[in-house]
Design a binder for this molecule. Structure first.
Ligand code: KG4
Ligand code: ZN
Length: 349
């Protein structure tokens, strides 16, 4: 029988809880703080902590209620212990530990990035998408905090092939949007502008690290290139060119990502791709990744529903179910601590 899991994630700016049965989501509740952080242009840790504390009990209760599950039916509780904001992670961990003790349930700790990697396999209550695991995969995790190429060898077995040495791809899009006069998050605004000019690459910004020989990324120089370009323009010119600037910037980011993914495909011989993280909702990126997979006779899986690209607890529950199945539970729950810079490698079995 597939494990019934209550999962909790408070790694950044969403307070999330979910109930899953194996890969199937019975309920997923997400209380977003995005509006609270918007005016600051990014996530403020102290605001995030307080908001998590105020909302977490309600979010957990809602998830249990919507799933129509009593706590005695649960097989385990899963919680994200990193990577993320320390004071935000602590809130989720404390509540998970308390519930595990109160209800006498095993506790499973999950790496937030494992969740994103498994997110294309998260199913609705009817079992869709029905795709099965066919290891190994090449995973691209692309969000506001991470840009990583991962060798996903088998269940819970990871190797990091490349990662960003400075800004994450989503962070670069957010900063570019700010330079163009928009708020946080910037990715969706850049996408909308780029579509209006058919994703034209008029300005051909630099493709960073393209010749570095490794699989790492760097996006901070690209940001500087945009800044110099914008500085030289009058306000009127900037307004006239704004969609082209956004589109060219997005092209530079995505073409770099696609090229590095292709390099990883050639080096590993793996042509089955998984893409997860907030930037993976971008339709243009999806088209580019599909074309890349097709070129090499492979395929690419994305999360099936939009919310599964962003931070959520359903993906944490799915990993939790696999860990619980394998008996990978925390022996001394009191000792579970957050690891803000937790790497996938540390969670690999
Ligand atoms: O995964 P996520 O919700 O949070 C992190 O863990 O970082 O990702 C948020 C990031 C932000 O940088 C946001 O600008 C980006 O995902 N994003 C997008 C789009 N929607 C969100 N980037 C490109 N196109 C989008 N449509
Ligand atoms: Zn995330």
């Amino acid at each position: 029988m597939e494990k019934l899991i209550l999962a909790i994630d408070t790694s950044c700016d969403e307070t999330a809880a979910a109930v899953v049965q194996g890969r199937k989501v019975r309920s997923s509740v997400i209380y977003s703080q995005i509006l609270m952080h918007k005016e600051w242009g990014g996530v403020v840790p102290s605001i995030a902590k307080r908001a998590h504390e105020e909302r977490i009990d309600w979010v957990i209760q809602e998830a249990m209620k919507k799933a129509v599950v009593q706590h005695d039916q649960l097989d385990a509780i899963a919680v994200t212990y990193g990577p993320g904001l320390a004071i935000a992670l602590e809130v989720g961990i404390r509540h998970a530990v308390e519930l595990a003790q109160k209800w006498g349930k095993p506790l499973v700790s999950v790496n937030h990035m494992e969740g994103h990697l498994y997110s294309p396999f998260v199913q609705n209550s009817k079992g869709n998408p029905s795709r099965t695991f066919d290891f190994p995969y090449l995973g691209l995790l692309i969000s506001g905090g991470h840009t990583e190429l991962v060798l996903f060898k088998d269940h819970l077995q990871y190797e990091i092939l490349g990662e960003t040495v400075d800004d994450a791809a989503g962070e670069a899009l957010d900063k570019a949007a700010r330079m163009l006069g928009f708020g946080y998050p910037g990715g969706p605004v850049i996408e909308r502008l780029a579509v209006t000019v058919d994703n034209t690459d008029k300005y051909v910004f630099p493709r960073p690290m393209m010749k570095s020989g490794d699989l790492n990324f760097s996006f901070s120089g690209l940001k500087t290139a945009l800044l110099y370009k914008v500085r030289k323009m009058s306000d009127e010119e900037k307004q006239q060119e704004i969609a082209y600037l956004a589109s060219s910037f997005q092209e530079a980011v995505f073409k770099t990502v696609v090229k590095k993914t292709e390099k990883a495909m050639v080096e590993t011989g793996i042509h089955h791709l998984l893409v997860g993280g907030g930037v993976a909702v971008n339709k243009h990126l999806r088209t580019m990744m599909r074309a890349l997979a097709k070129k090499h006779g492979g395929y690419v899986h994305f999360p099936a529903l939009k919310y599964l690209n962003y931070d959520n607890a359903a993906m944490i529950g799915v990993v939790g179910a696999i860990r619980a199945e394998k008996g990978l539970c925390i022996e001394n729950t009191e000792k579970l601590d957050r690891v803000p810079r937790l790497s996938l490698l540390q969670s690999s079995i």
